[in-house]
Design a protein around this ligand. Structure first.
Ligand SMILES: NC(=O)c1ccc[n+]([C@@H]2O[C@H](COP(=O)([O-])OP(=O)(O)OC[C@H]3O[C@@H](n4cnc5c(N)ncnc54)[C@H](OP(=O)(O)O)[C@@H]3O)[C@@H](O)[C@H]2O)c1
Length: 293
């Protein structure tokens, strides 16, 4: 897991797509100083108000159209919804430099399908450098757990750039591409599992007599404190749990109940099923078939 900072001052980065993930990355790059606002271009399809907001908020440059945004870009960040990539990518590739580095956050599209869409837009870009990433929703607050996979054509320098960009919104690690579905099932969907746990614990606090607000704030701080213990003590979760679970004590009673109700099994099965679903949804090809649209 990496979280170091490399400056990208002399790189021009074009964001195609100006939604929530693009904003999170722009915010991360500008706030950390890893990217330079005057070298960040952003473009969308038909929402000038959104571009005006991003320009005003982060000082980035709103592109007039896709062509103008990508033409000089060293790095092109694909930040559109999966349904829009077929239309956007061949146009991007037709106007981008052949040596541009493509970084995709688009769920479900393989390096190979991205490569095919690029080649369709520009047959000269026969071995484009492509990075496929899977961030999670916590990138909005700079705390994403992101995994990425790179095409064989990528260089060691590309890795440095990619990690700098991803580390501006959290941590990053590299995996083999086939494992990105597992990442989707684990850390991609992970925030929702944790929110669900918080909901359940808050209700549990109310079951034993606390008011909702008190219960909720105790749960949030418990979660935050436990995460902090894990990252700052260097101890494993099993050791930390063991330390607070004396036989016959209160935590023991609670943990035994979780075990009795199959807590571990439920969590593991949740990740298995989310991974299976990511595999089913991610089976895209290019040109698109009606079912992959
Ligand atoms: N949000 C997350 O936490 C998260 C986490 C992991 C992965 N992702 C992935 O990130 C991608 C974007 O998600 P999002 O939540 O940021 O989506 P979003 O808010 O809906 O934004 C999508 C953006 O793409 C633009 N766009 C679509 N087609 C375009 C085209 N042909 N040319 C230029 N711009 C185009 C849209 O422009 P208009 O508004 O003008 O149509 C919009 O600005 C998705 O593929 C998703 O799988 C998101």
């Amino acid at each position: 897991m990496t979280s170091h900072h490399e400056k990208l001052d002399d790189m021009t980065i074009a964001f195609v797509g100006a939604g929530s993930i693009a904003e999170a990355l722009i915010k991360g790059l500008t706030e950390t100083g890893i990217g330079h606002a005057t070298r960040l271009l952003v473009v969308n399809r038909h929402n000038p108000a959104r571009l005006a907001y991003l320009e005003a908020q982060y000082d980035v440059i709103a592109g007039k159209d896709i062509r103008q945004a990508v033409v000089d870009a060293d790095i092109i960040l694909l930040c559109m919804k999966p349904k829009d990539i077929h239309e956007a990518l061949p146009v991007i590739a037709a106007h981008a430099r052949v040596d541009a580095l493509y970084i995709s956050v688009v769920a479900g599209y393989t390096i190979r399908s991205i490569q095919e869409m690029i080649a369709c837009g520009n047959p000269l870009a026969s071995t484009p450098r492509i990075v496929r990433t899977m961030p999670n929703t916590s990138c909005a607050v700079g705390k994403s757990a992101t995994a990425y996979a790179m095409s064989d054509s990528c260089t060691a320098r590309d890795r440095v750039y990619v990690e700098a960009i991803l580390c501006s919104v959290g941590t990053s690690c590299t995996v083999d591409e086939h494992l990105l579905n597992a990442v989707t099932g684990l850390s991609g969907s992970g925030p929702a599992y944790v929110y669900y746990l918080v909901e359940a614990l808050t209700l549990a606090g109310m079951d034993v007599g606390l008011d909702e607000q008190t219960s909720y704030s105790l749960v949030i701080q418990t979660l935050y404190g436990a995460a902090h213990m894990l990252t700052h003590t260097g101890e494993s979760p099993a050791i930390l749990r063991d330390r607070v679970t004396s036989p016959g004590g209160t935590t023991f009673a609670g943990i035994s109940t979780l075990q009795q109700f199959g807590f571990e099994h439920a969590i593991r099965q949740a990740v298995v099923n989310a991974t299976k679903r990511a595999t089913e949804l991610g089976d895209h090809s290019y040109p698109p078939t009606p079912s992959s649209k």
